[in-house]
Design a protein around this ligand. Structure first.
Ligand SMILES: O=C(O)CCC(=O)C(=O)O
Length: 289
């Protein structure tokens, strides 16, 4: 599915987009599951274990910003990340031992879908080594108009920027004043529905509000080499190992020299990245009214 040149580009830039990895039948099935899950939001008025809601959500007019941990919501999400084409690509980029760290489905609805401020995923979940990436499965055709994820090539080998606020609490975003140049060099991850982006856990990225009249749903999987262990610890060893995607259980984490800042003390507003970031005044992207 990817060439040696793609692997080289990933090593150099920290991001690649692989066109149309997901077949059309699976894409149709997953869209159906997403539509059914979103319809269920008419039953809720507050964020819960499944839904992160847009600030303007009501039961009459359900507005979902994120489906949390979709691999726990419906088996199709687990099926996709364990499918052969995806494992083949991950093996080339990370190696033969793989573990799912987490998943999320960011829904940027037409006209109001929320932005995600500039950050590095590594600031949220540092590991013992940085053979960790996120897959972004485009569930809709994505171009500049519907809020593509923007990633700055080459930042995956740079510093970990400060993601804390003035009082020292984790804020989940970087002051845009500190990264003006890097923001200017960001490239959009675009493509046809079914394409997948792969971005390194330390790569700087963010994305704007969707002001177009088309949705932009992005299914994200965070995947680590199985010998990369989360520095925040492992609460349930069986559950941890149930997320192995390829290779054996590992109890000897590989330690490398990686720059780390812990996401502690925890964010004032805990929950999804949207909640965490919303406590900060240092936003870059404009929000829909
Ligand atoms: O939805 C997007 O475009 C960006 C997602 C992201 O960076 C995140 O959720 O960590």
């Amino acid at each position: 599915m990817i060439s040696e040149r793609d692997v080289e580009t990933y090593r150099q830039d920290g991001v690649i987009v692989v066109p149309e990895v997901l077949d059309t039948a699976t894409l149709a099935r997953v869209r159906q599951v997403v539509a059914e899950t979103v319809a269920g939001a008419a039953e809720v008025t507050e964020h819960n274990a499944v839904y992160d809601l847009e600030p303007t959500h009501t039961r009459e007019n359900p507005r979902v910003r994120r489906i949390k941990t979709p691999h726990k919501v419906h088996p199709i999400f687990d099926e996709i990340v364990r499918s052969k084409p995806v494992i083949d690509i991950l093996t080339k980029l990370i190696g033969p031992g793989l573990r799912l760290h987490g998943s999320k489905l960011n829904m940027k609805s037409a006209q109001y879908g929320s932005p995600v401020e500039w950050h590095q995923d590594w600031a949220f979940y540092p590991h013992t080594n940085d053979d960790v990436l996120a897959i972004g499965v485009l569930l809709d055709d994505c171009d500049l108009s519907n809020g593509p994820m923007l990633v700055t090539p080459g930042t995956h080998t740079r510093e970990i920027w400060n993601h804390h606020d003035e009082e020292g609490y984790f804020a989940g975003l970087i002051d845009p004043e500190l990264i003006k140049d890097e923001i200017g060099r960001a490239v959009p991850c675009m493509g046809k529905a079914g394409s997948m982006s792969f971005h390194h856990v330390r790569a700087l990225h963010g994305s704007a509000t969707n002001t177009s009249d088309r949705p932009r749903n992005l299914l994200l999987y965070e995947v680590a080499a199985s010998d990369a262990w989360p520095l925040m610890g492992v609460k349930d060893f069986d559950e941890f190992n149930s997320r192995i995607l390829a290779g054996d259980v590992v109890i000897a984490p590989r330690m490398t020299e990686v720059p780390v800042r812990m996401p502690l003390p925890p964010a004032k507003r805990q929950g999804s990245i949207y909640e965490t970031q919303s406590a900060s005044k240092k936003s870059y992207f404009t929000r829909a009214a």
